[in-house]
Ligand binder design. Structure first.
Ligand code: NAD
Length: 259
């Protein structure tokens, strides 16, 4: 049995991943801002204190080691908080828990990014997140919202996360330490996060047009869990620095000729 830490474990994709891993006999330490039976750690990853608290409590609960980390917590809001949670929170989760992974067995790490990461973004937000400048990133996100481009905030945080993953994966700290580090890019998954998009008929039609999923349509969170399980299992020895699209074909439709 392995010990996994999963953020965002109280709902949606994180919960489905946590439950699958638990059912397969692994120990899962869940973390979330919300209290739930699936999250032993309650931490707000939008704050510096919450991120430090996550690392501290994970070290304690894991006994100084973890075998895998899944950074799944995120918000769907077109608001600067998306930069703090989906960008800084996810990067802090992976970077902060890396020393515990280095002490683990067949360690693996994964970030839940998004199909949105490879579409239109705001370069100022992406650059500020990668520079680790949260004040500048939040200011750039606020500026985007004010000029009516709030939709770019979420995508930009995810782009920065993906770029961070690809850069870090091949460094001494990760590849050199034998730790595969990847991201998945889901299309639309039926969770509380996407519910507002699917409840409103007009938004639903817009979503159908912007995220075409010819294979099996929108996904349920349980349909993502096996891929997360594989990428974070000892069986994954050579996939690293990748963004694996799990999107019913949306990326092939939208960017097929770029492959
Ligand atoms: P969800 O809302 O069901 O779950 C997200 C979880 O993250 C919640 O339990 C929430 O409490 C937690 N969270 C939010 N803010 C937090 C904070 N500040 N600190 C700690 N935890 C916090 O949504 P989901 O759809 O399962 O989303 C999981 C991940 O998948 C997110 O990163 C999201 O961006 C990504 N994603 C979702 C979709 C989709 O269509 N649902 C598509 C692509 C990517």
């Amino acid at each position: 049995a392995r010990t996994y830490l999963v953020t965002g474990a109280a709902s949606g994709i994180g919960r489905a991943v946590a439950r699958r891993l638990t059912a397969r006999g692994h120990r899962v330490i869940g973390a979330d801002i919300k209290e739930s039976e699936d999250s032993a750690i309650r931490a707000d990853l939008s704050t510096v204190e919450g991120r430090a608290q996550l690392v501290e409590e994970a070290a304690e609960l894991g006994g100084g080691r973890l075998d895998a980390v899944v950074a799944c917590a995120g918000v769907g809001l077109f608001d600067p908080v998306a930069v703090s949670v989906n960008g800084f929170g996810a990067i802090a989760t992976l970077a902060g828990l890396r020393p515990l992974l280095a002490a683990g067995r067949d360690p693996r790490a994964l970030a839940v990014a998004s199909l949105a990461a490879v579409h239109e973004t705001d370069p100022a937000i992406v650059a500020a997140v990668l520079a680790g400048d949260e004040e500048a990133a939040v200011a750039a996100a606020r500026a985007a919202v004010e000029r009516g481009e709030g939709r770019l905030v979420y995508a930009s945080a995810k782009r920065a996360l993906v770029r961070w993953v690809r850069r870090a994966a091949v460094t001494d700290a990760w590849a050199g330490a034998g730790i595969p580090l990847n991201a998945i890019a889901p299309g639309i998954v039926r969770t509380p996060l996407s519910r507002p998009l699917l409840e409103d008929p007009e938004l639903h039609a817009l979503t159908d047009a912007s995220v075409p999923m010819p294979l099996h349509g929108y996904a349920d969170p349980e349909q993502l869990a096996p891929l997360v399980d594989h990428l974070t299992s000892p069986e994954n020895t050579h996939v690293t620095g990748q963004v694996v699209f799990i999107d019913g074909g949306a990326d092939a439709v939208l960017r097929g000729d770029e492959g």
